[in-house]
Design a protein around this ligand. Sequence first.
Ligand code: UDP
Length: 318
Amino acid sequence: MSDKKVLIIGAAGFLGSHLCDRFVKEGFMVVGMDNLITGSMKNIEHLMSIREFQFYHCDVSKFVHVPGKLDYILHFASPASPIDYLKMPIQTLKVGSLGTHNLLGLAKNKKSRILVASTSEVYGDPLVHPQTEDYWGNVNPVGPRGVYDEAKRFQEAMTMAYHSYHQIETRIVRIFNTYGPRMRLDDGRALPAFIGQAIKGEDLTVFGDGSQTRSFCYVDDLVEGIFRLLMSDYHLPVNLGNPDEITIKQFAEEIIKLTGAQQKIIYKPLPTDDPKQRKPDITKAREILGWEPKFSRAEGLKPTYDFFKQRILSEKPV
Ligand code: UDP
C-alpha cells in the first residue's frame, strides 16, 4: 500500500486525527490539512516526525493545492459541535459548501476517490425512527443548527452532482454521535461536558428533561467503517453509528456511576431545534460493508474517561 497517497482535511480534529493514525498504520502516505480553528496540533504531534506524514496549515474554503498524485481525499473539516458552529456560522457554511466544491475539483483534476463526512444532522429533528438513509429529513434551514445541517445537505448534493456529471468516484458517510479520546473538553457536547463536570466535581448539566435520545459510537468503530466505505464501490450515503440508543438523562447517570462522582444532575433549558431522538439504522452498512460496531459504551467510555482525566490533570496549575 505504500505507494498510495491520501489527503485528509480536518487532520488536526477529533475524527481527522484518528483517520491519519489509521492510514499511516495501513502504510499510506498521508497528507494532513487543517486551518486549526477547532482542531489542535496536539492531536497529531505524534505524527509530525513520521516520514509518511506531511501537514499543511490551510483553509480549503479558499483554495487547495497538493503537488503530485493523490489517490484518496477525505473531507473531515468543519466545526462539528453545536456551540462551535453557532460561534462560527459563516465558516461552517463555507467549509461545507465552498470547501467541498474545491475538494471535488481537486478530486476531478487528480482522478482521486473522495469521501465526504456527512452527518445524522441531515435528518434534522427526525420524524422517522430509527433513521434510514432514504429518509429525507426534517431540518429548519433558518434555525441555529441550519448552518451545519444545510451545509452538509448541500455537500451531499454537490458530491452527487460531481459523481453523476463528472464521473468522480465519491463516497458519502452519514456519521452519528461519535466519541473517544481527543474530543475537546470544551466543545459543549454532552459526553465531554458530563465527563469533565464529573471529574471537576461539578453538577452534570442535562438540557431539557433529558428524555431526548442519542446513540453513541466509539471512534475506533467509526474509523473502521469509514475505511471500509472508502474501499467499497458504493457511492450513495451510508449511515455509520452505534444503534444502542439511550436517553441523555440515563447517559448522565451512567457517567456518574462510571466516574464514581458524588454530584447530582441539574436541568438547563433545551437548546432550540435540539433533535428529540436519534438512532441509526445500520442495515446498509452491515450488508454493504460487513460492518457493525464492536465496542459497547462501557468499553469505549473507559479509554475516553482516562484521556479526559489525563488532560484535566495536565492542565491544572501545580
Ligand atoms: N446536552 C446536555 N447537556 C450538555 C450538553 C448537551 O444535556 O451539557 C444534550 C443536548 O441538548 C442534546 C444531547 O445532549 O440533546 C446531545 O448533545 P450533543 O451536543 O452531544 O450532540 P448533538 O445534539 O449534536 O447530537
